[in-house]
Design a protein around this ligand. Structure first.
Ligand SMILES: Cc1cc2nc3c(=O)[nH]c(=O)nc-3n(C[C@H](O)[C@H](O)[C@H](O)COP(=O)(O)O)c2cc1C
Length: 395
């Protein structure tokens, strides 16, 4: 029997822990310790459920709700996001509470209906629409494209709480459910990884929404996201961190990623890394085939320069570098610089093709692509070290 966890006077966590999940949203986001699907129950004159869980965990959510309500019904279900990790439990929960009114954003109504066989009404909500449940009011803010067209968040002024859905989420599975006994750096690092892997292409929307939320002059004591821990003691920190992430504020950091067979491209990568490092830059260097993309993208958020290297195989870029470049293009980065490099045997154009892909991804090339025939010698490596030092000076 799964039980709810009380968070405040009338607020309960009724979500689910997916402890076996190692790939959040398919291949997109490898994770180490599973994740949570957070749903919140607010007991007032009317009972309101905010979000559901992934379909497989519907029964967990229902048991947790019933542990609070017994036979009392749920009156309102607010669907803040149509993606199945939040909406998958709707049909089963609605079957238990057939009189519950369902609410979603305009996009949410469309996207829920397009994914599930819905035979009931869903009421559409717009920004600043309000639902009163007795002593509590729920104010809605549309969050289009953070990260789907249907996202929204819900603010309760009486509880000084934002139910933020995907925004401010992270994949910390913690049985206390809040940030209260956790290290700030750890929490923010996990939130940054989530931002980098789910929200990164939508920095313009995040900036606009943060400004809009500021303009509302609301008091926020608690943020309850749909994944991971609830923000209580680090609320100002996570709000400030989101400003930094959304601005892609660069530190003096270079991220070098590469794929290699005979270690020729790796030797070039290491010579560049030493040049950047000796010039005072923070260097992150990753072999693509053995590094999780989720870690690399977290580091990219605040990098100044991204160097991408590939050996040449069948006159083309390696598979993992090609996939990385596709992922990078989708991230729609702004204000970052790029450099392509790599070794070849008889077809020298792959590094310049990488440079072109970096340009297509919105990065500014800092130097001509570096293309090396087979194995670099000590003098070649010295040359690449010096190129890195020159680039570092100009960044
Ligand atoms: C499976 C395979 C296919 C290759 N195909 C090409 C090719 O089509 N054109 C080319 O210029 N070099 C080709 N090469 C040679 C490599 O690009 C060259 O050995 C390079 O130095 C490898 O760099 P790396 O050690 O970083 O992988 C190939 C190498 C391998 C292992």
């Amino acid at each position: 029997m799964k039980k709810a966890k009380q968070l405040m006077d009338s607020v309960y966590w009724v979500g689910a822990r997916d402890i076996n999940n190692r790939h959040f949203h398919g291949e997109l986001y490898p994770i180490d310790e599973g994740c949570t699907y957070n749903a919140y129950l607010i007991v007032d004159d009317q009972v309101t459920l905010i979000d559901t869980v992934e379909e497989e965990f519907s029964q967990d959510c229902i048991e947790r709700i019933q542990s609070v309500l017994g036979d009392r019904p749920v009156d309102n279900i607010i669907m803040q996001h149509a993606e199945p990790d939040h909406s998958g439990g709707l049909l089963e929960i609605k079957a238990i509470y057939p009189n519950a009114k369902i609410y979603a954003s305009v996009g949410g109504v469309r996207n829920i209906k397009a994914q599930f066989p819905i035979d009931f009404e869903i009421q559409a909500l717009k920004t600043k629409d309000t639902l009163n449940t007795g002593k509590y009011n729920f104010v809605f803010v549309e969050m289009q494209m953070i990260h789907w067209p249907d996202n929204m968040l819900t603010y309760c002024p009486e509880l000084k709480t934002v139910f933020s859905n995907d925004a401010f989420g992270q994949h910390i599975v913690n049985y206390q459910l809040t940030d209260e006994n956790l290290d700030k750096g750890f929490c923010l690092d996990q939130a940054k990884e989530y931002f980098a892997n789910i929200v990164l292409p939508y920095t313009a929307q995040v900036k606009a929404k943060l400004n809009f939320i500021k303009s509302l002059n609301i008091e926020i004591e608690t943020i309850m996201p749909a994944h991971g821990i609830i923000w209580k003691q680090y609320v100002p920190d996570i709000l400030a961190a989101y400003e930094d992430y959304a601005n892609l504020t660069p530190s003096n950091k270079v991220v070098i990623v590469y794929q290699t067979v005979w270690k020729h491209t790796q030797q070039m990568a290491e010579a560049l890394a030493e040049g950047f490092g000796d010039a005072g830059m923070d260097v992150k260097i990753y072999p693509l085939s053995t590094t999780k993309s989720s870690i690399i993208f977290k580091e990219i958020v605040d990098a100044k320069l991204i160097c991408v290297g590939s050996g040449t195989y069948n006159n083309d870029i390696s598979y993992s570098v090609g996939a990385f470049l596709t992922h990078l293009r989708a991230a729609k980065l702004k204000g970052k610089k790029g450099l392509g490099f790599g070794a070849f045997g008889w077809f020298p154009k792959v590094p310049s093709q990488i440079d072109q892909a970096l340009t297509d991804a919105g990065l500014e090339n800092v130097h001509d692509a570096i293309s090396h025939v087979f194995s670099p010698k000590a003098t070649d490596l010295e040359n690449y070290y010096n190129i890195a030092q020159e680039i570092a000076k100009e960044l």
